[in-house]
Design a protein around this ligand. Structure first.
Ligand code: PMP
Length: 442
């Protein structure tokens, strides 16, 4: 178990100035104990006490190339030395064209900085395009940190508007009054009958269906066969804009995202995190030309001081180029080593008597302490989530960083040494977790 003396002191002091000592918070019922890191190379990062970690936290999935990737860093350095922020630079067209080439729904693209912001812009476009107001979102999905997107639960099946409830870890005080009820419906995902009934009843008021094409934030749940196709048909039938939020799946499920993987093309799609390799923030709104035309015609506003800044564009271009090298060899390697790592985690968990499954796309999979794959985000109950979180902390103490709560974000630098590292470290981490489970549940 690692000594975290310096990290702990640092964190305790930080709390004096940074609320909770963290840059980011939900209402999770446990306290997060972040480990400040000071350097990184490839898959590995190093903390203040000199401990080494395999970084499968990856800044919430952004670091898809690993740390200190030589080609990526060199491109960013060159860009900084050439030109910083200007309104247009000489690679605008090249980067737009690169995204358009890979992403099926992308006739045209616009840039932003955060995922939240770009999702809100997609919703504005959908409203303007359809002349309707509401959007449908789904239980367990996360689409950003905005009043109209966060948390809640369905009021009733008859009138499925989202309402706040006590104990919602994605709920928040301070929301604008009625914003969720007035703007959206919140319904179970992967249930085509449910969606069909809501759309049949309320289509006159529904501008968009907004979803993660794989429910990553709800535990790593794949769409049922045919579900995405059926949603596509329903949206076509009722003039509803289908938005895939690919802020995680984009570039983790391949260069054409989940839409390419499943061969279902949305009308609009949002990207963020890994699209710029993690060094700098960029988000992307990609969409069909008839909808993006509203921006050309200036019917819809999309603004932002740093939209399309050169360093961000260089980061996107370089990330896509590196990911695409040698006909996808980087993806194949990443997936192969990552699957070996998953197998070790599963095997060791079962050896110490912890039920476990690993599910979701390989490069953004989640483990869960249960013996049955989650088929709905509601299966991810507080008992499983608590155990998942205990394992997260226990693995950190032996040098393995996992993203909240139990997501394993891989990167293309992963290799055989990392597999060995997992083999060596995982048993002690899981044994420590098992001890806690035995105490809590005895
Ligand atoms: N959509 C999805 C699917 C996400 O996972 C996230 C971030 N976790 C967001 C949107 C919001 O992105 P950001 O944090 O950059 O605002």
């Amino acid at each position: 178990m690692y000594n975290l003396e310096k990290s702990t002191a640092y964190f305790n002091n930080l709390k004096n100035f940074l609320p909770g000592g963290v840059h980011y918070n939900f209402r999770l019922p446990w306290e997060e104990r972040p480990i400040p890191l000071k350097s990184g190379k490839g898959t590995r990062v190093y903390d203040l006490d000199g401990n080494v970690y395999v970084d499968f936290y990856a800044k919430f999935g952004a670091m898809i190339l690993g740390h200190n990737h030589p080609g990526y860093n060199e491109a960013l350095r060159e860009s900084i030395e050439r030109i910083l922020a200007v309104n247009h630079c000489d690679i605008d067209e090249e980067v737009c064209e690169l995204i358009v080439r890979h992403i099926p729904c992308a006739d045209k693209v616009r840039f932003g900085l955060s995922g939240t912001e770009i999702v809100l812009n997609a919703l504005r476009l959908a409203r303007a395009y359809t002349g309707k107001n509401r959007f449908i979102r789904f239980t367990g999905h996360y689409n950003g940190n905005a009043d109209n997107l966060l948390g809640g639960r369905m009021k009733s099946a008859e009138y499925p508007v989202p309402v706040d409830y006590k104990g919602d870890f994605r709920g928040t005080a301070g929301r604008a009054a009625s914003i969720m009820e007035d703007q959206s419906f919140l319904i179970p995902w992967n249930d085509i009958n449910f969606l069909t009934e809501v759309v049949d009843s309320y289509h006159d008021d529904i501008a968009a269906v907004l979803m993660e094409p794989v429910c990553i934030n709800g535990g790593g749940i794949m769409p049922k066969p045919g579900y995405l196709e059926q949603v596509r048909e329903l949206c076509d039938r009722y003039n509803i804009v289908l938005i895939f939020d690919e802020i995680i799946t984009g570039f983790r499920m391949g260069l054409s995202g989940a839409q390419g993987y499943f061969n279902v093309t949305p009308d609009l799609s949002t990207f963020g995190k890994a699209i710029a390799g993690g060094g700098v923030p960029v988000s992307v709104l990609a969409g069909k030309k008839e909808i993006m035309a509203l921006l050309e015609e200036k019917k819809v506003i999309h603004a932002g001081t740093f939209n399309g800044y050169p360093l961000g564009l260089v980061a996107v271009k370089t990330t896509i180029e590196i990911l695409g090298e040698n006909n996808g060899e980087n993806y194949r390697n990443m997936e192969e080593y990552t699957k070996q790592i998953h197998a070790i985690l599963l095997e060791e968990a079962h050896k110490v008597g912890i039920p476990m499954v690993i599910q979701g796309p390989a490069n953004c999979a989640s483990y869960h302490c249960t013996d049955r794959e989650l088929t709905s985000s509601s299966d991810w109950n507080s008992n499983i989530m608590f155990k998942d979180a205990v394992i997260n902390s226990a693995l950190a103490r032996v040098g393995i960083l996992v993203s909240t709560v139990s997501r394993l974000y891989s990167n293309i630098s992963v290799n055989g040494d990392d597999v060995e590292f997992f083999k060596e470290r995982v048993p002690a981490g899981l044994m420590a977790a098992k001890k806690i489970f035995d105490e809590v549940y005895s």
